[in-house]
Design a protein around this ligand. Sequence first.
Ligand SMILES: CSC[C@H]1O[C@@H](n2cnc3c(O)ncnc32)[C@H](O)[C@@H]1O
Ligand SMILES: [Zn+2]
Length: 434
Amino acid sequence: MTQTDPDIFGTKTQTLIRNIRLDGKPAEIYLDGTGNIASVGEKIKDHDAEFIIDGNGATALPGMVNMHAHSPMSLLRGYSDDMPLFEWLSTKIWPTEAHLTESDIYWGAKLACLEMIRTGTTTFNDMYFMMNNVAEAVDEAGIRACLSYCMIDGGDHEKFEKECSVMEKTVATLKARANPRIIPGVSPHAVYTVSEEGLRWCAEFSERENIPLHIHVDETDENPDCIKAHGMRVAQWLDHCGVLSNRCIAAHCCWLDADDIRLFADRGVTVVHNPVSNMKLSVGRALPYPELKAAGVNVTLGTDGASSNNDLDMFGEMKTAAILQKFFWNDPTIMPASEALTIASRNGAKALGINAGVIAPGFLADIILVGKTVTTTPAFNTTSNAVYATSGLAVDTTICDGAVLMHEGFIPGAEEILAKSERVAFDLVRRATA
Ligand SMILES: CSC[C@H]1O[C@@H](n2cnc3c(O)ncnc32)[C@H](O)[C@@H]1O
Ligand SMILES: [Zn+2]
């Protein structure tokens, strides 16, 4: 029963977490081996712990929920930077993606899961291709994810039919895994890459299966082209195609206007703020967060892929979200630290229908410990330190579904994943540029 006992990793076990701070106060948390939090208190006497984790003064937080990612794109981290979105996609990313194999997807997702566990993310919402290979990586990593195949039909009816069948097969395969940590979803890529029939089909499929629909919306100003093609703004067009509902998770959303925001609020759409990717790709405008908040829209946080961020660290994302909003709208009171933390955890869990994002009895045991270190000292305000002063590398323990995935910064198998994904990434680029 020591902290370094290798048996602590990977399985749900009765575990007492002690010597931690919760909301700034001394606390203990007991996990009863069911995957849920059994009790939380200053001192827990009544327990049956097989393992005891001594937090050494760490701050306990809910695991981060990354609501917009393309996990296999971790293979392309740093491969091409500093370009406008469409030039970047068409000259660099898409030609390389054309060479991706199932094994590449698996190793890219393994690398992404490793980074997320290392930096305190316990759930991510992912959109990409060959999602059963991503599911394999998620399964092995012990993390939680909503996985969606990304439909791109380019207005071609034959392609549309093929994409529908891949989407149906992906959802059936993910469901057949019967892994409660894996939620299937559906992803039409964006209004500029998916036809009306594609958008309508995805909306109906998401309703029929009762699964989330994840889409890029208004990352750059897509409205002039959408008005030209369909006589409507993007939000209206999506509503016309049946896409907007409380299952819809819309990434970016930088160019929503007041009417779009009212429509999103009426339909119960969840919005994902992607501040780092938006700034790096210079999309031109920050998320209209104050208006979304006033309208009661559920706002969440995501990194986007590691090829446009270039990391998956939700701590960096929280700080950037809060300071970008203050700067862009010229008001330092916008998005205080506690709100940024809720946006990065509870709001995402709510959107995915997961009972997580809160450290209280009955909630899923998706918990991280931020170690007592130089950036968390002094601890006047542990939430402020977490949002404004801490990188994800200060996380020393990550627990998902009641299982310890990282302890004292150690993740079993990490070195092999780093070595293999490095080789796979270089081999992919060699094939793509040969
Ligand atoms: C997202 S998986 C499908 C498709 O989208 C491409 N992609 C990656 N990042 C972005 C982005 O920021 N906006 C739009 N599309 C993006 C990815 O390379 C895949 O081809
Ligand atoms: Zn994206």
